[in-house]
Design a protein around this ligand. Sequence first.
Ligand SMILES: [Zn+2]
Length: 209
Amino acid sequence: MTGNLIYKHRTSDKKIALTFDDGPDPKHTPFLLDLLKAAGAKATFFAVGRQLESYPSLARRIVEEGHDLGNHTYSHPDLSKLDAGPMHEELLKTELIIQNITETKPRLFRPPYLSCNRQVVKAAQKFGYLTIMASIDTHDYKRPGVKPIVGTVMSKLNKGAIVLMHDSGGDRRQTIEAMEKLLGKLNKKQYECVSVTELFHSPNSHEDA
Ligand SMILES: [Zn+2]
């Protein structure tokens, strides 16, 4: 199913959105934030509620440094297997946590495992979310090595792409090392890394690319 799911943004600007799921994570997120800051890059973090409860100061840092903080449920279940009640609870619990930390309602949502059905899409819409998938999946969670992670992004690179990576859920050293290389390569190709919100507001957006 593709209706109402956002995989990329149609634009003629050399911009892409790097996204990191499952954090914040005290072992990895600070390193990523340092790298992004040094490169003048912005990203989007799809955070899990129980991680946010444990590390609210990291969530504050993400927002303070100009990145997007999106809703990635409270406990990372496969939402397509849940009934409406628990599904709504997963979304709203994390929404409240984010709202308490940032004083803003999150607008971006990504379903765990990118697993979606009609009910999930309906719930996300009902609660005012844009459902963000990805057009470039690095599979970094499988730890394929730094080179394949970098290679996947660079070989599929295109204007308006949304890149899926992870800053938690296991050892993410490969992701961090890949990011270090990627930020340099993207800069050389004159690609700007922006938050998903900023990508949607690209001046040269169009309906049909
Ligand atoms: Zn996830």
